[in-house]
Design a binder for this molecule. Structure first.
Ligand code: ATP
Ligand code: ZN
Length: 295
């Protein structure tokens, strides 16, 4: 039974740096060289597979790698409705980066009158499986033209009447005279594994990694807040700090009327909150970042 854990990530592209950063924050670092397919982690039985994002779902499904990071869009195109549990690959975390959506778009010159506008149209896409499922689910008969890359120019060169493509800001659609009408899938990068049980060592490594990811996730918006405050304002102040559990209250030397309050705010601390803390009597307010929270 293998002790080594393989993690497949995109070799170069929109997700690569974020994947490496995430692993580095979880304490897993690799040589900077990316000209090899497999790179060994420093001091851990983990290998990084550097591949095209399109290959990642298949590698995890065949257990060539035991973890993989790719966009939900690629995952659902290659393996079907994974997010609904219909696959031998399982999503174990949504990672909060690589946000985009898969959408239908029409030339601005064509008026949109509901989904039936797409009936009988030729729709260009690099996501034929997701698109066909969507059209079937909605009872729309249209012809799917599969092209890889530059999908947005398809209507202008009369290869298609409409497109189904990834959108993030919408600027590409805009500059090609297209209008987004319908979102098929909201996507972000996801961490996946085979549904099947792996070797004892691999399962332990995954559990350890997940605990580290959770520690990072909990710390993401959290802040450590410190301030001085009049004793009588302790209750009011503890109600103002967002997502706070029990604050630590300490006496201040040479001032019997005031205390120091320290607390972890688990939610984002807005300027408005800090202003309210001041109004409640707090002074010398410090808001510090938190790197990890281990519960
Ligand atoms: P590869 O060479 O690995 O096949 P690629 O060209 O298919 O790369 P990228 O363009 O690097 O892929 O995009 C990788 C993923 O980034 C997409 O599958 C998607 O999940 C996500 N993504 C986020 N924003 C966008 C966007 N605006 N356009 C395309 N993909 C995006
Ligand atoms: Zn790709």
């Amino acid at each position: 039974m293998s002790k080594q854990l393989r993690i497949a990530i995109q070799k170069s592209g929109r997700l690569s740096d974020k994947c490496r950063d995430l692993l580095a924050q979880a304490g897993i670092t690799f040589e900077a060289r990316t000209d090899r397919l497999i790179v060994r982690a420093k001091e851990q039985p983990i290998d990084l597979m550097l591949v095209r994002d399109d290959d990642i779902p298949g590698f995890v499904s065949n257990q060539v790698s035991q973890l993989g990071i790719c966009g939900l869009n690629v995952l659902e195109e290659k393996l079907g409705r994974v997010s609904q549990g219909e696959s031998d690959v399982q999503i174990i975390r949504s990672l909060g980066f690589g946000h985009c959506r898969l959408s239908l778009a029409l030339p601005k010159t064509v008026s949109y009158e509901g989904l039936s506008t797409y009936s009988g149209k030729r729709i260009a896409t690099s996501y034929p499986n997701i698109l066909k499922r969507f059209l079937d689910d909605n009872g729309i008969k249209a012809s799917v033209v599969q092209i890889t890359g530059s999908v947005e120019v398809a209507p202008s060169i009369d290869v298609a009447d409409a497109i189904c493509d990834l959108v993030s800001t919408g600027a590409t659609l805009e500059s090609n005279g297209l209008r987004e009408t319908t979102v098929l899938l909201e996507s972000e990068a996801v961490l996946v594994r085979p549904r099947l049980q792996l070797s004892h060592d691999q399962e332990q490594l995954i559990a350890r990694l997940m605990a580290r990811f959770d520690g990072l996730g909990r710390a993401k918006n959290a802040k450590y807040i410190m301030m001085n405050a009049p004793k009588e304002a302790i209750y009011r102040i503890s109600q103002l700090i967002p997502g706070m559990e029990k604050p630590t209250v300490m006496p201040l030397m040479y001032d019997d009327n005031k205390v120091a309050i320290h607390a972890v705010a688990k939610e984002y601390v807005f300027w408005e909150t800090i202003e309210k803390l001041k109004e409640a009597g707090a002074s010398s307010i410090l808001v510090l970042p938190i790197e990890k929270i281990i519960e």
